[in-house]
Write a protein that binds this ligand. Structure first.
Ligand SMILES: [Zn+2]
Length: 336
């Protein structure tokens, strides 16, 4: 507790404008930062998930961003960052991954009210099937009050107890569980996760659950001129774990479905989990995209390759100070 307070005080000082402002300007002059979000929820929604940011926190972050950066669409940012010279004021691009329901219910009205350009990378499988991917199904099942212990199948002795604490510490446990599951082969993982959810059993949930957008929600978002719809694959498997042909098919399918749903061209791609290699990047080029985004958390400099663009993740447990420090590439970067 005391350590946490000391840490917060250190972040508060490090992000204090008279101290941080010159460092931010020095590090970000002429550069861009691309932010990665997933989902928004109302402040009172009781959910334990890094991916679900509270409405008020998001508004505060956008307020800060708009005061210090040119907040541009991804196309505008690419146009600026591929020029050899340009304004010194840094660019910010706001992106959301996966295509969850709050993107329409909470984010869209904010986009319209603030005149805020944003890109939403939709993974089409969950929209088409109206079923969340395995990671969100499991996170939904864990939204109960009682502690839950789950273990991976035989061959691994790892067991994870969730809900012993709340907040960031609890999320670290959930994330460890998700990371172990990400290493399993996709079909096997579906089975393991379904068994895990069955064992957790039906309990009174604390939260309505993370759920995908519908096709008509995607269309409604695409109809807003401030929204860019990008693709995030169809399967949402980590593309470096499947063969190149399957990765190509998944990228093409998401592009074609989104274009047929929205009547617009879909030019940008976000790698699921941020993972890519030369084979995956070349598949995304072959699928007809013009740029692709990773999750390497650092600013984007002029002239960088367009199929490995960096992106800084923002989550539920980030204070406004951690958010500010994260924009320059993380707290470590700033303190170094
Ligand atoms: Zn994703």
């Amino acid at each position: 507790m005391l350590r946490q307070l000391a840490k917060s005080a250190m972040y508060r000082l490090a992000a204090w404008e008279p101290l941080f402002g010159p460092a931010r300007r020095r590090r970000l002059g002429g550069k861009a930062v691309v932010l990665m979000y997933h989902e928004l929820a109302e402040d009172g929604d009781d959910i334990e998930a890094w991916t679900v940011v509270k409405r008020t926190d998001f508004l505060r972050q956008m307020d800060y961003l708009r005061s210090k950066f040119d907040v541009l669409s991804l196309a505008q940012a690419i146009a600026r960052m591929t020029q050899p010279n340009g304004p010194d004021r840094p660019v910010a691009v706001v992106t959301f991954d996966d295509g969850d329901r709050g993107n329409r219910d909470i984010l869209l009205p904010i986009i319209e009210a603030l005149d805020l350009p944003a890109t939403i990378f939709v993974a089409t499988g969950q929209v088409q099937d109206r079923t969340p991917y395995w990671f969100d199904r499991l996170v939904n099942a864990l939204q109960v009050d009682a502690p839950v212990t789950v273990s991976l199948p035989s061959g691994s002795s790892a067991a994870y107890t969730i809900n012993e604490t709340r907040g960031a510490a609890n999320w670290i446990r959930i994330q460890e569980l998700l990371s172990s599951l990400k290493k399993l082969e996709p079909a096997r993982r579906e089975q393991v996760v379904d068994d895990m959810i069955k064992r957790i059993g039906p309990q009174e949930p604390r939260y309505r659950g993370i759920a995908p957008l519908s096709i008509s929600d995607v269309r409604e978002l695409a109809d807003c001129p401030l929204v860019t719809i990008g693709a995030h694959s169809h399967c949402h498997n980590i593309l470096t774990q499947i063969d190149r042909r399957a990765a190509l098919e998944s990228a093409v399918r998401s592009k074609e479905l989104l274009e047929s749903w929205t009547g617009r061209r879909v030019n940008y791609f976000a790698y699921p989990n941020g993972d890519f290699n030369d084979a995956v990047a070349s598949a995304v080029v072959e699928a007809g995209f013009e740029a692709a985004l990773s999750t390497v958390p650092r600013p984007w400099g002029r002239g960088e390759p367009l199929f490995a663009l960096p992106r800084i993740g923002v989550g539920r447990y980030d204070s406004i100070d951690v958010f500010k420090l994260g924009l320059v590439g993380g707290i470590g970067q700033f303190l170094n």
